[in-house]
Design a protein around this ligand. Structure first.
Ligand SMILES: [Zn+2]
Length: 243
């Protein structure tokens, strides 16, 4: 990884992804999912065992394509790449663990968005009581284990919870939200939708009992939305030219 040719090849491979991942952070602020420097987006580099992630402790207004940090799937910064003088997000180990163990995942997002994190604080799954949840998550949004930052335990908890679940979002107990997607934009969409349904279901419960959606109805809603909804030839939530 040390020769200039390798670095050039890596920079060429990550060129567009750097800009997309940087831009997607503005969606976290636009939808009010983050405070100060909390929250992070990463995207897998197609065809390489690499991902691009937000640097640690940098304000959202100071992010740029060049500030994004390129890491291998063990979470090590690739020396010599642009941005490599910075430390990657403090959640990098969790992102790396997910990419290592879930080959279909192309993007990971982490936030402490208010309503979803309130459910996480109660260690309570968000029940599937609105059709938008069935569409997007295929059922309840589950709770993952309590895990301390600093080793693989957050990543292990995310993978263990989502591996056999249709949901792309997990509420890590007493912590916050991690979402996965086929690319970084898809994971950001899941984070936005997770907060939206967390808020709606919270408000709904203030007014009375929640009414669950029947499992077979959830199945057909999920199937229709994931496989049929959207423009012909496009998959719902897929990363487009405007990303
Ligand atoms: Zn966190």
């Amino acid at each position: 990884m040390s020769s200039s040719v390798d670095i050039e090849a890596i920079e060429e491979a990550v060129l567009g992804l750097r800009q997309r991942v940087s831009n997607l952070h503005s969606e976290l602020t636009r939808y009010d999912l983050v405070a100060w420097t909390a929250g992070n987006v990463s995207g897998r580099v197609p065809g390489h065992d690499l991902f691009v992630i937000k640097p640690s402790g940098v304000g959202y207004e100071d992010l740029s394509a060049d500030a994004m940090v390129v890491c291998d799937l063990d979470g090590n910064v690739i020396p010599g790449t642009r941005g490599s003088e910075r430390s990657p997000s403090s959640d990098t180990a969790a992102h790396a663990y997910v990419y290592r163990h879930m080959g279909h995942v192309g993007g990971v997002v982490h936030t402490h968005s208010t309503y979803a994190t309130a459910w996480a604080a109660r260690n309570e799954p968000i029940p599937c009581v609105i059709t938008a949840m069935a569409d997007e998550f295929g059922g309840d949004i589950p709770v993952g284990p309590f895990a301390i930052i600093g080793d693989d335990s957050i990543g292990r908890g995310i993978v263990a919870t989502l591996a056999d679940h249709r949901s792309r979002a997990v509420l890590m107990a007493n912590h916050g939200v991690f979402t996965i997607g086929k690319d970084a934009k898809d994971a950001v969409k899941a984070a936005v939708m997770c907060e939206d349904v967390a808020r709606t279901v919270h408000i709904a419960r203030q007014g009375g009992d929640l009414v669950p959606i029947a499992p077979d109805a959830i199945d057909s809603l999920f199937d229709r939305y994931q496989n049929v909804y959207g423009q012909p030839g496009k998959v719902a939530g897929a990363e487009g030219a405007s990303a």
